[in-house]
Design a protein around this ligand. Structure first.
Ligand code: HEM
Length: 414
């Protein structure tokens, strides 16, 4: 185990210094979270110049607290808040984010979310069960005889993007291109991103938006039974989605729809194999499968941080926030709060201490949670059933993108 020397905690002032690009940290953030829970669960992160919250109750309450929001410019100007003008070199990225569900608040958020929500409720996504099974089986058929595989490229990368593309109505052959655009795009969420990262994100946002625009034109001319046609033609209180809203919504669904799930397939397989528990005992029926999946989501969540703006003065855990301050919630750390989950660093699929916060809570609660859960509950048992004796062939390397906790590669053998 490498030494986490970049972490320093001062419980008296609640100041923490930590390099998010330190491999010892992002490879195993749970160790740092345990130290933070023990010493200083609400802390000021010097390098990020912001307050961070890790306690389960505080994170859960903050996610639902309407005194905090994803938007601030609807109640204050850039000048008042001392914010810089938007940069020209990220204008296409900013444009794509403008109407993203993740970035807006009611009433716009309610209107857009209502429109897409129907497609993502459990009873609707459950109809995709046979397709997910068929695809997962076909991919396993492709590498079963090899006795080894790199699971992300041959399996995890393919399933979520194929499913979300089918749902929206984007041709499946676009899968690899969508992955590339999306990888560039999420580079904008990285701590210490470079100008080159920003330019790549902007270029991909432009190409992505231009492409979505052409598919929208096709669906306007010839509607199909897909989510994009539904979004184009559905009216809400006499209004239709504008072209920009359609583009932002399609991009956020495609990006969010696969990025986290890809990581979670890898994270879940790794956690299970490293737990030493016989996988055959973890997937005996629907109930045990569900518990296993939820426990992997608790202990190794794929997205760690979400931020909110403070919209009115308030106090959280003794810290005063004023309008325009930002606060970050570390969902993956909230899942490790020892007050909520005893022995938090131990993988225990028979826990019954309540829900993890990996999909968030409140009005921005992950709209794709039923789809992500369905995919995980189908593909994980299938993989372990089809490949008995599955084991890790090479110590997995975690990606240097702290917000998204996922693996570079997962080399397996059986
Ligand atoms: C394991 C997989 C996934 C995880 C852990 C995850 C996690 C999250 C979290 C934590 C949020 C809340 C963000 C916030 O409060 O600011 C969120 C929102 C969202 N997720 Fe997911 N997600 C996953 C898969 C998906 C999938 C498959 C979709 C596909 C549609 C999706 C689409 C979205 C969208 C559109 C939002 C924004 C919702 C809103 O703001 O109203 N996610 N996700």
């Amino acid at each position: 185990m490498t030494d986490l020397s970049s972490l320093s905690i001062d419980p008296a002032t609640r100041r923490v210094s930590l390099d998010a690009r330190d491999p010892a940290f992002y490879s195993d953030p749970n160790r740092a979270y345990a130290a933070l829970h023990a010493n200083c669960p609400t802390f000021y992160w010097e390098e990020q110049k912001q307050w961070f919250v890790t306690g389960y109750d505080h994170v859960n309450a903050l996610l639902r607290d309407r005194r905090f929001g994803r938007q601030i410019l609807h109640i204050a100007t850039r000048e008042e808040l001392g914010l810089p003008e938007p940069a020209a070199h990220t204008r296409h990225f900013d444009k794509a984010e403008e109407h993203s569900l993740l970035e807006i608040e009611p009433p716009e958020h309610t209107r857009l979310r209502t429109l897409v929500n129907r497609a993502f409720v459990s009873r609707h996504v459950e109809k995709m069960t046979p397709e997910i099974e068929e695809l997962a089986n076909r991919l396993i058929d492709g590498f079963e005889k090899d006795g080894k595989t790199e699971l992300l490229s041959t399996f995890a990368d393919i399933i979520p993007v194929t499913m979300i593309a089918r749902m929206i109505g984007i041709p499946e052959e676009m899968g690899p291109q969508l992955l590339k655009w999306s990888h560039d795009y999420v580079g904008m969420y990285m701590f210490k991103r470079t100008r080159a990262d920003e330019e790549a994100a902007d270029r991909s946002a432009k190409e992505f938006a231009d492409y979505v625009r052409t598919v929208i034109a096709e669906r306007r001319a010839e509607p199909r039974d897909d989510l994009l046609s539904h979004m184009i033609h559905t009216e809400h209180k006499g209004q239709f989605l504008t072209e920009d809203e359609l583009i932002s919504t399609t991009i956020v669904l495609l990006n969010a729809g696969h990025e986290a799930t890809v990581h979670q397939i890898g994270n879940s397989v790794r956690v299970i194999l490293e737990s030493g528990i016989d996988p055959a005992t973890l997937f005996t029926d629907e109930k045990t499968t569900e518990r296993t999946v939820e426990e992997t989501l608790r202990i190794c969540a794929p997205v760690h941080i979400f931020q909110r703006w403070c919209l009115e003065p308030c106090e959280i855990d003794g810290v005063s926030f004023k309008r325009g301050d930002k606060v970050s919630m570390i969902l993956a750390a909230a899942n490790l709060d020892p007050h909520k989950f005893p022995e938090p660093l131990t993988f225990k699929p028979d826990r019954d201490e309540g829900a993890n916060l990996s999909f968030g809570a409140g009005i921005h609660f992950c709209i794709g949670a039923p789809l992500a859960r369905l995919e995980l509950n189908i593909v994980l048992p299938l993989l372990f059933k089809r490949l008995p004796g599955l084991r890790i062939a090479q110590t997995p390397v975690v990606k240097d993108v702290y917000h998204f906790h996922g693996l570079e590669r997962l080399d397996l053998t059986w």
